[in-house]
Design a protein around this ligand. Structure first.
Ligand code: DX5
Ligand code: ZN
Length: 206
């Protein structure tokens, strides 16, 4: 399983957090973006993302993603995920992300059915299953969201489409066992609130 480190809740400054992740074998840096409309929280302006030696996996928890996509397209961004619950032109936004040469994905809030991705299945490269309520780090994983991993794996077969299944929220050395059928796990506070990031990442490697 691949590991994306979320920099949302860390004991260190943004610059130091990214430096410490660069020194590990993590696969991605997961960048949460919140605008205080789609979710309550608001992320600070990020100023050191260009120092990342890991590809960025960007999770937009914003109600109007368009402008954010444009600015992330200038960085070392591998994928951008928007939310399936948006009242916006989801298909247009996914196509726009792809036109920037970036992989695109849909994120699902805990109460959203995995079937919500069906209309976009031919476009998407990944589905991000929120295993906590979006908005802040350090929450407990919700077991009620885990059934989606199996359904999405079934959908991959049914549609013959190899999108990545990402799980995000409350992942640590204990809960990792529950999400072993996902392709990528996002983990934030478990890693960034410790001293030795690599030691924590090793605990997530299955
Ligand atoms: C929650 C974010 C997550 C969060 C994960 O809204 O999407 O990426 O930062 O952090 P932990 O691992 O602390 O739950
Ligand atoms: Zn996230």
């Amino acid at each position: 399983m691949k590991i994306a480190v979320s920099i949302l809740s860390s004991n260190y400054s943004e610059e130091e957090t990214i430096k410490k992740i660069n020194e590990t074998d993590a696969d991605y840096i997961h960048v949460d973006v919140m605008d205080s409309t789609f979710v309550l929280g608001k992320t600070p302006k990020r100023e050191f993302l260009h120092t990342s030696r890991k590809p960025l996996d960007v999770h937009l928890m914003v109600s109007r993603p368009f402008d954010f996509i444009t600015s992330f397209a200038l960085l070392n961004t591998e994928s951008i995920t928007i939310h399936g619950e948006l009242e916006d032109d989801i298909e247009g936004l996914l196509n726009y992300i792809k036109s920037c040469g970036i992989k695109c994905g849909l994120a699902l809030n805990p109460e959203t059915s995995p079937k919500a991705v069906s209309p976009y299945i031919s476009l998407i490269d990944e589905v991000l299953v929120m295993t906590v309520t979006p908005g802040k780090g350090g929450q407990e994983l919700m077991d009620s969201t885990l059934y989606k991993i199996d359904i999405l794996n079934e959908m991959k077969k049914e549609y013959k489409k190899d999108f990545k299944i990402i799980v995000d929220g409350g992942i640590n050395g204990d809960t990792i066992k529950k999400v072993s059928k996902a392709d990528v796990c996002v983990s934030g506070s478990f890693i960034c609130k410790s001293e030795d990031f690599q030691e924590r990442i090793d605990k997530l490697r299955l």
